[in-house]
Design a binder for this molecule. Structure first.
Ligand code: IPM
Ligand code: MG
Length: 358
């Protein structure tokens, strides 16, 4: 029986970039059944909801989801629950995708793309593991209420709730320790334990789980310091594990260290190897439909899909090598273009990767 993959292109450049990644997946000669469905603003336009039931059903019943990007300024005035971002949050929650892998790798061919000095970033290879289904992102209660007593009595107040249950911290800790074991064996847990109860609890659990991984060196860092160290000496990090909110912020910062967010894939996994794979960048509505977007982050996300959800490691390596090859050939989309390289469009980049697959 063929393996079902849900392809959810979404908005903006999502359509163009997933098309190239789907071509690459199809070219590998595996028995895959790629099924497309609308998501985000595109789904709202068609069905009045960013995550229609049929799209969610397809995603849940697939081995993996290849996701493009969602969002466009034109949906900004919709009620929160109808905005495109709710599709991605809804998929994470409904599929239990608690472990988010965001690698930040500086490709030697793109060493000049970073805004940091080459000696600070050359050879950079860090992995941020972000908890993705808990924290203040999903904590209840939340909303707007009227303050009943104290200084602000009678005023309206916006509020959210930060919390982590022990099992939520334990399971992401295990994922992170095991990832560190496969790399340099260094894990830095990022929190705000000097201020937040949730963070002190997180830290205590990390320390407890560490007993099961004597081969991994665990360290702790406050999130403000981590933000600083990431630009001061990013190569000091191997694997970073952190909660949902801090991970959102630090993973954007880490991505920018490489100067080419158009190159960075991501994977969001649940406990049964099902995963959602998407580029780290957004939907870039300003360049949508112009054959300008860089499809490589999505193609590299497809490689992660092969590795983590399909157990096709050799095929994943094949795709990653093909991407390296087109960079060596000097092909560049506009976001990573520099003098002396060859500017190509989205489709031409996809063609080149297909050709580079051996
Ligand atoms: C991300 C994005 C999302 C998040 C938004 C679109 C809801 O910023 O995947 O990092 O905050 O998690
Ligand atoms: Mg983000």
């Amino acid at each position: 029986m063929s393996t079902k993959i849900a392809v959810l292109p979404g908005d903006g450049i999502g359509t163009e970039i997933t098309e190239q990644a789907a071509r690459v997946l199809t070219a590998l000669g595996l028995d895959l059944d790629l099924q497309h469905a609308p998501v985000g603003g595109a789904a709202y336009d068609l069905h009045g909801h960013p995550l229609p039931p049929a799209t969610l059903e397809l995603a849940k019943s697939s081995a993996a989801v290849l996701f493009g990007a969602v969002g466009d300024w034109k949906y900004d005035s919709l009620a929160r629950e109808l905005r495109p971002e709710q599709a991605i949050l809804g998929l994470r929650k409904a599929m239990g995708l608690f472990a988010n892998f965001r690698p930040a790798i500086l490709y030697p061919q793109l060493a000049n793309a970073s805004s940091l000095k080459p000696e600070i970033v050359s050879g950079l290879d860090i992995l941020i593991i972000r908890e993705l289904t808990g924290d203040i992102y999903f904590g209840q209660p939340r909303g707007v209420r009227t303050v009943s007593e104290g200084n602000f009595a009678g005023e309206r107040q916006g509020f959210d709730t930060m919390h982590y249950a022990e099992s939520e911290v334990r399971r992401i800790a295990h994922v992170a320790f095991q990832a560190a074991q496969k790399r340099q064996g260094k894990l830095c847990s990022v929190d705000k334990a000097n201020v937040l109860e949730t963070s002190q609890f997180w830290r205590d659990i990390m320390i407890d789980v560490a007993k099961e991984y004597p081969d991994v060196a665990l360290s702790h860092m406050y999130v403000d310091n981590a933000a600083m160290q990431l630009v001061r000496a990013p190569k000091e990090f191997d694997v970073i594990v952190t909660g949902n909110l801090f991970g959102d912020i630090l993973s954007d910062e880490a991505a920018m260290l490489t100067g080419s967010i158009g190159m960075l894939p991501s994977a969001s996994l649940n406990a049964s190897q099902q995963g959602l794979y998407e580029p780290s960048h957004g939907s870039a509505p300003d360049i949508a439909g112009q054959n300008k977007a860089n499809p490589l982050a999505t193609i590299l996300s497809a490689a992660m899909l092969l590795r983590y959800s399909l157990n096709e490691n050799a095929q994943a390596v094949r795709v990653e090598n093909a991407v390296r090859k087109v960079l060596e050939q000097g092909l560049r989309t506009a976001d990573i273009y520099e003098a002396g390289t060859q500017l190509v469009g989205t489709r031409e980049m996809g063609d080149a990767v297909l050709k580079a697959l051996d």
